[in-house]
Design a protein around this ligand. Structure first.
Ligand code: BGC
Length: 777
């Protein structure tokens, strides 16, 4: 029987019902419910009940029956106050719940959508909103109230093991995509959670690393995306990150949670910790230690998740000692109750356990195609006819496509369409000599991997399966018998570990196969296509010229193979653009010298001495050549930009920009217009340019145009001055730069803006705890 809160109330005893009548959630004001609760009760509300099926970090062999198996956390219910259990579940690429349930033959699968990095490459917030809506629908229909997504940390360094869960190296893209995602999820009447607030840019010692970041880099880069999403989407919740920022744990950081988030940005949802956040390490959880609950709740971190019995006792002790203030406790309790009142469980929503997975699969496929980025297409090698063609399909992941990353960003989907299946579905014939070798090899290696990861439990890492080796003769034979060749490069990573530098480069087994295939097929004048099935940036410079076409499919969700085939065949014209730079070499990355901090094997400190020069802000300003610039991506068509007009509107404090995009090619397609701004030299240094607006066209027919007008507020043009704690705009000439990548600026126009310098004064918050130098332009 499904949990029904109302029926539970009716079976309560008369005495409970009488006292409950005076203060019941939904009938009485939230503050009165809070006032009725004892300290012990409030402590049990502020601390979650632990991960369902676990005690601390130990999995129970025989867990009690759960409402939604595989969910990540919940609160304690208080029937007498009419407070039900809110169910929380991950995650960013789709709802993460367990598909099997005891005593049921039904499978509770969720749709695996493209990972966030892929979605951001669509540069299409409308599409991301649609994905959010579908994920929110599955959340609601499986009985979950609050989704622990989206993840939106800045991709500071390509080796962060969780980059696939995040959108971009740029805060405008991150904030815009997160807003769209949250708006989509929440229009179902379930909540979304922005995470991980803030600066969770590495997994190495994620529980304890102290990140030293200037106030300017925080405001402009690491907090900016969250600010955009809070203001544009009013998420129900925010999850704090594990790490310290300038000496203070994010979950204990009053400057961050109260000063900036609530007072300055007017956030009115609830703040929860990451799972065991503030503990310093998993060992402390295992040793039954306790986080500094008073510091956390006093700072404005309302909910301690997933919660331990020690934390409940500690909250009571600290409340009685006065270190944890009564008002902080009451405010946090009130915020939690306000969210509970909005939730499906409070409204006794009768969820179906049957979301429309078929319809969502269609959305996942469409999103996957729109997220793929065509990096190379020499002599218009693509699109290719697939129907009736014989394909030499190489690379392990061609047969075992990676839909998404590991850890809490993983999804338990019903199936993943491999590239082999996708090509066959389009009428291609796959070389059997190759597939009969690959398939048993992959099956064996994959089951070893699954067994190992089960044995290691928790957040065990994915280990790349070594590429099968084929002799020169075998490959030459394949080049004689097939129309063209495809090789897929696969990479996977996830929570709790960063990628080693070696993962950034191709390994010898991969290089050798790519070289042999390239030689053999080009020797026969036949095409060679490389697909990149990856979740984070890798090196491409040394091998990209060995292929005729390179398609970055990212980790595209469960419809993978069909989506790749639609791009290869030209059924869909690629329109994805990179939301992060592909550097030529790891040493070119601005944070290469400081990531993941010191000491390198277990970093206690990480100094962000690249300051605001993250991603293209660095490469473009310091003229460091890259493999593929930010914003880059090819199309089967071509586009022209024209009629760039700019106007200053001082009364509205806006810069107005308008222009037209025309499809000048032969096939219909979409283009992304990117508006970068170069600010004048003032008292602060600036990157060469920064993305300040973007728009994606509709699917334009050849010869058709679309015109756009956009308004950029002065606030978005201003820079943060750490000395004066204010957003300032230098008066002078602003150059508006329109193009389709940060390094393909097609039209430019300068205009003079004469503003008073200070746009907004803020608090002097999150001051650095140590002195360090930042690079300057
Ligand atoms: C992750 C969060 C996730 C939580 C609950 C943590 O380990 O960092 O992103 O939401 O677990 O599964």
């Amino acid at each position: 029987m499904r949990f029904s809160y109302i029926s539970f109330i009716f079976v309560s005893t008369v005495s409970v019902a009488v006292s409950a009548q005076q203060s019941q959630l939904g009938k009485t004001a939230v503050k009165d419910v809070v006032r009725s609760m004892s300290i012990e009760e409030k402590a049990r509300l502020l601390v979650g009940t632990g991960m369902p099926g676990w005690v601390g970090l130990t999995k129970l062999p025989d867990p009690p029956k759960m409402k939604v198996p595989g969910s990540a956390g919940k609160n304690q219910a208080f029937p007498k106050y009419h407070i039900p259990e809110l169910i929380l579940a991950d995650g960013p690429a789709g709802l993460r719940i367990r598909p099997e349930r005891d005593g049921s033959t039904q499978k509770y699968y969720a749709t695996a959508f493209p990972v966030a990095t892929a979605l951001a490459s669509s540069w299409n917030p409308e599409l991301v909103k649609e994905i959010g809506y579908a994920i929110g629908n599955e959340t609601k229909e499986y009985g979950v109230d609050l989704l622990l997504a989206p993840g939106m940390n800045i991709q500071r360094n390509p080796l962060n093991g969780r980059n696939f869960e995040y959108f971009s190296e740029d805060p405008l893209i991150s904030g815009t995509m997160a807003s769209a995602y949250v708006n989509g999820v929440q229009s179902n009447g379930v909540g979304a959670t922005l995470k991980h607030f803030a600066a969770n840019n590495q997994e190495s010692n994620r529980f304890g690393v102290n990140e030293h970041i200037s106030q300017r880099a925080l405001r402009e880069i690491y907090l900016k995306g969250f600010e955009i999403a809070v203001k544009n989407a009013q998420p129900w919740a925010i999850m704090t990150s594990y790490n310290k920022i300038n000496g203070v744990y994010a979950s204990e950081n009053k400057d961050l949670l109260t000063g900036i988030l609530r007072d300055e940005w007017k956030f009115n949802g609830l703040v929860m910790t990451d799972w065991f956040g503030g503990y310093g390490s998993e060992d402390e959880v295992r040793a039954n230690k306790v986080s500094d609950v008073a510091a956390q709740i006093n700072a404005g971190n309302d909910w301690l998740m997933p919660g331990t019995p020690q934390q409940i006792e500690e909250v009571i002790r600290q409340a009685k000692s006065g270190k944890l203030t009564q008002s902080a406790m009451d405010e946090s309790a009130g915020r939690i109750l306000k969210i509970i009142v909005q939730s499906p469980v409070f409204g006794n929503y009768r969820y179906s356990d049957h979301p429309d997975l078929k319809a969502h699969a269609q959305i996942a496929r469409q999103a996957a195609t729109e997220s793929m980025v065509l990096l190379e297409n020499k002599n218009n090698s693509l699109p290719v006819k697939l129907n009736g063609k014989k394909i030499a399909l190489f690379g392990n992941t061609s047969y075992n496509f990676i839909s998404g990353g590991t850890g809490s960003g993983d999804v338990n989907e019903a199936y993943v369409i491999s590239l082999m299946e996708g090509l066959k579905n389009k009428g291609s014939e796959i070389d059997r000599r190759l597939s009969v070798k690959y398939l048993p090899y992959i099956r064996r290696e994959d089951s070893l991997q699954i067994e190992r990861r089960k044995r290691e439990g928790g957040l065990s890492k994915y280990i790349r399966i070594r590429e099968m080796d084929f002799s020169d003769q075998e490959i030459v034979k394949a080049s004689e018998e097939n129309d063209f060749a495809i090789f897929t490069i696969g990479r996977n990573a996830g929570e709790s570990g960063d990628r080693p530098v070696s993962d950034f480069y191709l390994q010898d087994d991969e290089k050798s196969m790519i070289e042999k295939i390239s030689r053999a097929f080009h020797g026969k004048n036949k095409k060679f296509i490389i697909i990149m099935n990856i979740g984070g940036v890798i090196e491409t410079q040394s091998w990209k010229d060995l292929a005729d076409a390179v398609l970055l499919s990212w980790q595209p969700g469960q419809e993978a193979g069909d989506a790749v085939a639609e791009i290869l065949s030209g059924k869909v014209n690629p329109s994805g653009k990179l939301a992060q730079t592909f550097p030529r070499d790891y040493k070119d990355v601005p944070s290469a010298g400081s990531f993941p901090g010191t000491p390198a094997d277990f970093p206690l400190n990480s100094v962000y001495n690249e300051g605001i020069y993250v991603g293209y802000r660095y490469y473009d300003t310091f003229h460091v050549p890259v493999a593929y610039p930010f914003g880059y991506g090819l199309s089967y068509s071509s586009f022209a930009f024209s009629g760039l007009e700019t106007k200053d509107d001082p009364a509205a404090k806006m810069l107005r920009v308008s222009f037209t995009v025309t499809n000048t090619g032969k096939v219909q397609g979409k283009e992304v217009a990117q508006v970068y701004i170069s600010a004048p030299k003032g008292s602060l240094d600036h990157p060469l340019q920064e993305l300040k607006s973007f728009v994606k066209t509709e699917n334009l027919q050849p010869g058709k145009s679309q015109s756009f007008s956009m308004s950029i507020p002065y606030y978005d043009l201003s820079s943060f001055n750490s000395v004066t704690s204010s957003w300032e705009m230098a008066p002078g000439n602003y150059e508006v730069r329109l193009g389709n990548s940060s390094q393909n600026i097609v039209l430019k126009k300068s205009l003079r803006i004469s503003v008073s310098e200070v746009i907004l004064k803020t608090g002097n918050l999150m001051k650095p705890d140590v002195k360090f130098q930042e690079i300057k332009n």
